[in-house]
Design a protein around this ligand. Sequence first.
Ligand SMILES: [Zn+2]
Length: 411
Amino acid sequence: MKLAYQYKLRPNKQQIEVLEKWLDLLRRQYNYRLGERFNWYEQNRNSINYCPLICHLPQLKDQPDYYTQKKDLINTKKLFLEYKTIHSQVLQDVIKRVKLTFDRWLKGDSKKRRSGKPRFKGVGRYHSFTYPQIKQDCINGNKIKLPKIGFVKFIQHRPIPDGFKIKTATVIRKADGYYVILSLEDKSVPSPDIRIIPNLDNTIGIDMGLKAFLIDSQGQEIEIPQYYRQAQKQLRVKQKAVSRKIKGSNRRKKAINKLAKRHQKVANTRKDFHYKTAKGLLEKNDVIAHEKLNIKALAKTKLAKSINDAGWGQFLTILASKAEKAGLLTVAVKPHGTSQECSCCGHTVKKTLSDRWHSCPHCGFEADRDLNAAINIKNRAVGHSVLKAHRVSEAIAGVGEKPTPVFFESA
Ligand SMILES: [Zn+2]
C-alpha cells in the first residue's frame, strides 16, 4: 500500500537560501534539457506528406534521451561548478522529469492521453525537487535530514504509520512556505481485493447538482459549504487589490503574495470538504456510481454547472482513492442522456437546462431533474433494466400507485 504524507518545513534563513538556489539551478537545467530535446525534434522530423523520396541525409545527431542526458550531467558540473552543490540524485531527477513531460506530449500516458507541449519554466516557476531515495532514519525528533542541506525543522503533525518505509522525499515551495511530501510504502499490506458486485441495495448514484454540490439517488443533497463561497468573495477583493497596484512595484509583489496565499487557502478548504464528503458517502454505501467525467464535453454542454467549478474532478479522484483503500468501489457510467431519460420507464423526456422538474408523460413518474439523473446513474451502474429498478425509484419518490410502464409492456 502506498501513501503520501505532507509536512510543513521550517527552514532557517540559510536553508531557505540554499533551497532557492537549488530551485533556480534545477529550473535552468530543466529548461536546457528540454531545449536539447526540442532542437533534435525540430531538426530531424519530416512530415510524411512532402517527404522527398530521394534526399541528402545530413549526419544525424544522436537523439537525446534519458540516459545520454543523464550521462551529460558530468559536463554540466564541469562547466558550472555550482551544480556540484546539488545532491546528484536530485539533479538526475530533473532529467527524469524532462523525459516524462516529453513522453506525455509525444506518446501520451498509459491510457494514450496526450498532454500539451512542454513549456520552459520562467523565473520562480519551478517549485519542487525530489530525492528519489532517502534514508529511513532521516527523521530525528522535530527535524528531517535532507541530504546536502542538513537537518531542517519540520512540523510532524502526524507520525509515520508503523511498518511503512519512506521511499522518496519531495520538497515543494508553496505560497505560504516550504513543504516536504514523503511517499510511503508498506509492501506487507496488499491493496485490498475488491470483489463487490454492484446491486440495488449496496449502490448509490450521485450527480453533480446545479445548486447543491451533489445529489444522490436517494434524494439527498449535499450543499456547497457557505465558507467556501465567502472565501471566493475574498479572492475577488484580493485580485482587485493586485490589479490596482503598479506593475513591477513592491506593493504589487506583496499583494500577489497575499492573493496566492488566499488561493491556497481556498484550495485547502475545498480539498477538506471533498475528503469529508467522500468519507460520508463511503460510510453508508459500498458502491458509488457517478457519470464518467469528460472534460471536453463538459466544457460544451454543462456550462451552467460551472458553479461547482473544477472541483468535481478532484472530488471524484479523492473518492476513488479513498474507496480503493477501504476495499470499496466506484463505478463511472456513460453520461449520455442521464438527465433526459426517465429513470422509471426509460423513455426520453426532453428538457432544457432551465427545466428543473422531470415529469414523464409516458409513465407519470415525477421527480427533481437531478434526482432523476442520479437514479439513472445508479441503474446504469447496477446494470438493471429500468423496469427492475422501477420499484426502487418508486419507493424513493413516494409515488403511490404503480405507474404503467407503457413502452416495455407493448414490446
Ligand atoms: Zn417514464
